[in-house]
Design a binder for this molecule. Sequence first.
Ligand code: F6P
Length: 394
Amino acid sequence: MSKKKIGILTSGGDCPGLNAIIRAVVKYANLRQWEIYGIPRGTDGFIDVVKGKLQVEDLRLQPHGYDVPGVLQGLDVLQFMSGSVLGSLSRGNPAEESVTQDILEGYKRFGLDALIAIGGDGSLDIIYDLAKKGGWNLVVIPKTIDNDVAFTERSVGFDTARNTVTQALYDLTFTAASHERIMVVQVMGRDAGHLALHAGIAGGADCILIPELTPKLTDATIEGICQYITKLRRDRRKFALVVIAEGVHGLDNKKDAYIAETLADLIKDYSHRLSNGNNQELDTIDTRATVLGHLQRCGVPSSFDRILATVFGIKALDLIEQECYNRLVVWQNGSVESKSLEQIMPMIKWCHQENTCPAPVDPEGFMVRTALSLGIYLGESHYHPHTINLVDTE
Ligand code: F6P
């Protein structure tokens, strides 16, 4: 087995589990006496080497490189930490040719046999092009809390974020109940609704709006939510949790960074206007918005994410050992596999050009059916039995 020199970098938005991948790769490589080099701040690390800000020999990752002193001596804490110890970069495409040339030159200076890039779709697109230009031997590991990397059922980071959002919904339930309020909770996911849908189901949401089913708010959506809430209130449940994915656009079909605030105001205004002082349930509707924001990318990685990260890291090295390059490591049917980048990149690139999510929620899939079967309101696209005539008196 020939000795190998491998680079590893994290690219795009961070998420829990990145360090667990790095740890697994370094540990496994150490058993084989392979050398792993950590490239700081995504592909910018290559530029820093060219500019003389970093020296290649200083970037070798050692197992137990993050030991805790004292009684915990020897403890390998890396897999418990979120973020990325290498730093990450989400700057977009290195459009300038000189930047690309520096990255390619920096890569050469390492003398690497292969590069493991940990990233989402955006990074995959950019790094794939760089690898083609530079003749790199690339293996990509998917990560994102959005879970929208195509061809893999799971990306590292999604499970932890799902737990974080689920916990937030649980926590909000009690303040919502105490004040008989409607809590509107904005969940990340860029263009995909997986995080909102999964956590909404697990966290007991009453309404879940995701871009795959509700691309934009409409008057009918607001009315549907108000009807649903009123029905709950007549059934003596005075509070409600409304989850909205950040990818849902406003009434004007524009992206709204504070879509939860917008929706909270719309629900309140609509119900009060409709009642005009004549309907007690509608008049007392009070709303609050919560944007969970980057807390969704934090926290101790869940055991599933740590396992996924570790399995993916080991698989990446196995592929490199077999000299099976230019692959995306994927999770399919409960097992680890890999896909040829050559075959999958045309579809992924097309999605980027068309601004389309490469792995959206399936509107006919079992998760949507599960939510509907619980009676969760998913917007106008699906018939809902809880619709009532709002102008009825109680
Ligand atoms: O893609 C991961 C993600 O967290 C999205 O859910 C979110 O829209 C975006 O990144 C936020 O990016 P930034 O950290 O650049 O604000």
